[in-house]
Write a protein that binds this ligand. Sequence first.
Ligand SMILES: O=C(O)CCC(=O)C(=O)O
Ligand SMILES: [Fe+2]
Length: 380
Amino acid sequence: MMNCSSRGKLSSFFRTSSSSRSACRQYIIPSHQPVRRLASLAQDVRSDSTFRIPIVDFGRFMSPNSPREREDTANEIVAAFKEVGFVYLSNHGISKSTTDQVFERSAAFFGMPMDVKSKLAWDDPRSNRGYVEQGKERVTQSSDAAEIAELRAKAPDSKETMEIGRDWDSTWKNKWPKEQGCPGFKSTMLEFFQTCHELHFQIMRSIAIGLDLQETFFDDKIHEQYHNLRLLSYPAIKTEILRKEGQARAGAHSDYGTLTLLFQDSVGGLEVQNPHTQQFQPAAPVPGTIVVNVGDLLSRWSNDILRSTLHRVVAPPATKINDREQMTPKRQSIAFFCNPNGGALVDCLPSCHDSSRTKKYAPVTTEQYIVQRLSETYNY
Ligand SMILES: O=C(O)CCC(=O)C(=O)O
Ligand SMILES: [Fe+2]
């Protein structure tokens, strides 16, 4: 597997890809020279009937046929993030067997008895590690403590999660279950954490190119793995409960960091707000792809040129249990929340402001920003 020190040897990373296309190509040394260009806005996603989250073939970035193809792919990704804030990435280099194994170990974790999981409880937003039982988090855009507490009491998110951070942090320790309680859990999650970190690193390179920055602009600002791997489990629930006013598996929210890599099972229910009409549209699972979306810190870094788009998880088409009642099946997803380094100062990117577009936000460090957001939405 690739690590930070072997970043140059990307072809070996992609040899594990299921894509024969990427497997047989040679990695091309970055040749991008920044050129100032005006943002081009696609027009075809602006009505609800044409709204779509584009599918981008990331193999064309990682193992391109020409430097031009690589740059075109970077531009496609950035265009999607400007317009929609979301893309589906295909040929991303993470194999199906890897994600199957992560989903399987995640299901085994949530299947453990509650008293075992409770001993691993999440208890501090600075750590952001551990098990979160149903009702503890209410994702929302509100930052008013009283309003969030009321929402949490009335309509808590119907999900449980397990949060995992970098394992070598000197201050904060991951809360691992005992090996015999959930065999292979820790090693599977640690390997996946590294794999997702590496993919984030490459997507950020594509964003640098698409924003006319040096390709390596973000490298030393995102290499410390200040990320959060979140395993999500949404239990089966009567559909009528989910359809009540304000109820959802996860309420409408944006994510906090640079990018989120989202792996979902086949159940569905994820919806993304069309930023042009404010209507929520399904982001149905597309086999073999990862959903990637921009978070608030990257949006802020780019002076809102890249969109951090609201999304939520609601009831997908339901299964009937009798004439009157329907059941929404259980659902699993895995979100890898990518962040800049904790101490990185997120100040407007050089290519995102000039005399006609001034800086909208004060600089903030990643740590200040993320801890503030987490303390607002959790009850602990
Ligand atoms: O479960 C999903 O599909 C999305 C979860 C999500 O958006 C989040 O945890 O931030
Ligand atoms: Fe999210």
